[in-house]
Design a protein around this ligand. Sequence first.
Ligand SMILES: Nc1ncnc2c1ncn2[C@@H]1O[C@H](COP(=O)(O)OP(=O)(O)OP(=O)(O)O)[C@@H](O)[C@H]1O
Length: 284
Amino acid sequence: MMTEASPPARNTRLVTPRLNTVADMRPADDFLERPQKVVATNVNFYYGSHQALHDISLRMPQNCVTALIGPSGCGKSTFLRCLNRMNDMIEGTRVEGTILLEDIDIYRPRTDVVELRKRVGMVFQKSNPFPKSIYENVAYGPRVAGVKQRSILDGIVEQSLRRSALWEEVSDRLDQSALRLSGGQQQRLCIARALATDPDVLLMDEPASALDPKSTARIEDLIFELKDTYTIVIVTHNMQQAARVSDQTAFFYEGRLVEAGATTDLFTKPRQKQTEEYITGRFG
Ligand SMILES: Nc1ncnc2c1ncn2[C@@H]1O[C@H](COP(=O)(O)OP(=O)(O)OP(=O)(O)O)[C@@H](O)[C@H]1O
């Protein structure tokens, strides 16, 4: 487990002074050769007449962590929400282009959006457990999906809590209110809730930004473990976090994708001047 004294280190040789404490190099691997789980092509997105995304094309390989970085308002969350059609809930929005989940265009008219959101789960910046027990929070999704048998629900709850690294802390108090958990535990509970519907892809919108360093390290460790099973896309303001947890990083600026590539490459030899200026802290 990572501690504040020894910062978590996944990638190294980062160009910026702010990142050069990272120690054990994990070389830019072969992740681009892995099957593509989600492929966005020429995506434009509009809030009414305001175009928030311009011609975004990005491949998100299976069992990889893709980090979306960039200054506030550059479209990271908007793009993330396009991946499970969460933006559909915002009136007056429009999307163009294609987003494939494996071979399926998620914006084709006959897509079952509820089913899509089960396959592409989401965890938000602020943990948002229901005011119910720990058990009921995790069992909620499977129950809505029609699972009624208690023994099956018990199994799903245990497995989801184990995968979110919370089981050991709560197994003896599953009936207790989720609101009595700490902030970090609540966020891991929300991850368990997302895992309970057996997704393929996990979208995380700044999942640790409201947490203390220790809880943040816990979430980062968890992300690293979860990618063995899931494909993860994470929005983060924290470049060190992107460097620690991701395989691929995509840098957004003013609604455009400036560059994307292996995280080690993007932080050590960015191709675009704007990227270099951002990661070295010259703006943003
Ligand atoms: N619900 C909305 N209605 C109208 N415009 C919106 C809405 N949500 C976001 N926007 C606009 O879309 C653009 C992109 O916003 P978005 O939240 O995706 O950026 P971001 O990079 O995630 O920002 P931050 O890092 O501050 O969360 C911004 O100009 C923002 O004002």
